[in-house]
Design a protein around this ligand. Structure first.
Ligand SMILES: Cc1ncc(COP(=O)(O)O)c(C=O)c1O
Length: 402
């Protein structure tokens, strides 16, 4: 199956040398559908959106609306106007941190977790410093999952926002969103979900996940860099103030003051990354057409192979959940006595693309008493040859580098 899927990603046919791409949690490779949408718009259909009335501009605006609708369907949302285009998860979480905290009073609390990407920590810290808010964090258990039993003790009458990752970009652990949603509801807090690592693994149903707001990136779901989305429920989006300001987010402007457009435009100031948004819509359409039961079962099989192989490799410790159910194929490991950067360089020279470092999750590294790990992350195009290459390469690395 992965060989058929591989054909839908132009990069694999373009490489003549050994190429085992195991860094999809950093960025996924672009699929042909997204690449065609990007190139088609930029070369033959380019006009700004929501401005001109000539046919080319009209067509661009219609394609932009259609992309929004495709993404809404991929995340289980009926009203496409609840989807706001951003430049990616980082901008989305900044938007949410800025806008949601505008309603808060000094002393109100925000609950994050120890496993968050810096993009879901720093924007809240900056907002907290500005508005004298308190930031707390759900601890992480030894197996890399959230210590949800601690939530009750961390919530207070002042908790207004809970913001956590759907899937850890370090360990692949999937959060128990229904328990967190329940806790948020009971506390009367908004539940913000960082979905950066969720969308590459198939469609999601945000209604079932129970969040009030969600952010994700196009480039991680096999589209172009430069576009992403925020989803917010309608009532919330209509109530919140803008984030960035300028053209296209207004209703009226006078030198005395301005009024704002309704969502989604209120949150989409300036010319959006149109080509990348169209590409994200095309990726969502293509991904939605795939057999995710089969893809998921293949990802589980490869994850199991990799986890078993790593556990059998001398001096190697895997972080994160031991099972295959509540995790994705994002696997961080530590090789005692070998720095992740040396390991990634050694394996990179042998055609194996991995990521070494703190993965923008320094609090989680601290939790595990590590400065850095090596991470292999799987996507729908990986196959047994990728796992074999990594495990064989790692054996040599342990022999030669330790
Ligand atoms: C869980 C998580 N959140 C947020 C981000 C930030 O995404 P982006 O760099 O696309 O804005 C990432 C990127 O790796 C991530 O893995």
């Amino acid at each position: 199956m992965s060989s058929t899927l591989k054909k839908a990603f132009p990069i694999f046919a373009s490489r003549t040398e050994r190429f085992h791409y195991l860094d999809s949690a950093a960025t996924g490779q672009i699929c042909a559908a997204a690449a065609a949408a990007l190139l088609g718009y930029e070369t033959t259909a380019r006009a700004n959106v929501k401005r001109g009335v000539y046919p080319l501009a009209d067509a661009a605006s219609n394609a932009f609306d259609a992309a929004r609708a495709s993404i809404a369907r991929y995340i289980g949302i009926d009203d496409a106007n609840e989807v706001i285009f951003t430049s990616g998860t980082t901008m989305g979480l900044n938007l949410l941190a800025h806008c949601l905290t505008a309603e808060l009073a000094p002393g109100d609390e925000i609950l994050l977790s120890e496993l968050e990407h810096h993009s879901n920590i720093v924007p809240w810290q900056i907002a907290a410093a500005r508005r004298s808010l308190i930031v707390r964090a759900i601890p992480v258990k030894k197996d890399g999952t959230l210590e949800l039993a601690a939530i009750e003790g961390l919530l207070s009458a002042r908790t207004r926002i809970i913001a956590v990752a759907h899937t850890s970009n370090v360990t692949g652990a999937i959060s128990d969103t229904s328990r967190i949603a329940e806790a948020a509801r009971a506390a009367g807090a908004y539940f913000v979900l960082d979905g950066a690592q969720a969308l590459p693994h198939g469609p999601v149903d945000l209604k079932r996940l129970g969040c009030d707001a969600f952010a994700a990136s196009g480039h991680k779901m096999f589209s172009a860099t430069g576009a992403g989305i925020v989803w917010m429920n309608k009532e919330l989006a209509h109530r919140l103030p803008p984030f960035l300001s300028g053209g296209e987010m207004i209703r009226t402007v006078s030198l005395k003051g301005s009024t704002y457009a309704p969502p989604p435009h209120r949150f989409e100031a300036g010319t959006p990354p149109i080509g990348a948004c169209l590409a994200m819509g095309a990726a969502a359409e293509w991904l939605a057409s795939l057999d995710w039961t089969a893809i998921e079962s293949e990802e589980r099989r490869l994850t199991r192979r990799l986890l078993d192989g790593l556990s059998a490799t001398a001096h190697t410790t895997v972080l994160g959940p031991a099972g295959f159910c509540h995790r994705r194929g994002i696997i961080s490991f530590d090789v005692d006595g070998v720095h992740p950067h040396d390991l990634c360089q050694f394996l990179g020279d042998r055609g194996i693309a991995l990521r070494g470092g703190h993965h923008c999750a320094q609090p989680l590294m601290e939790r595990f008493n590590l400065a850095a790990t090596t991470r292999a992350s799987l996507a729908l195009y990986n196959d047994d040859a990728d796992i074999d290459a990594l495990l064989e390469g790692l054996e040599s690395a342990v022999r030669l580098l330790r």
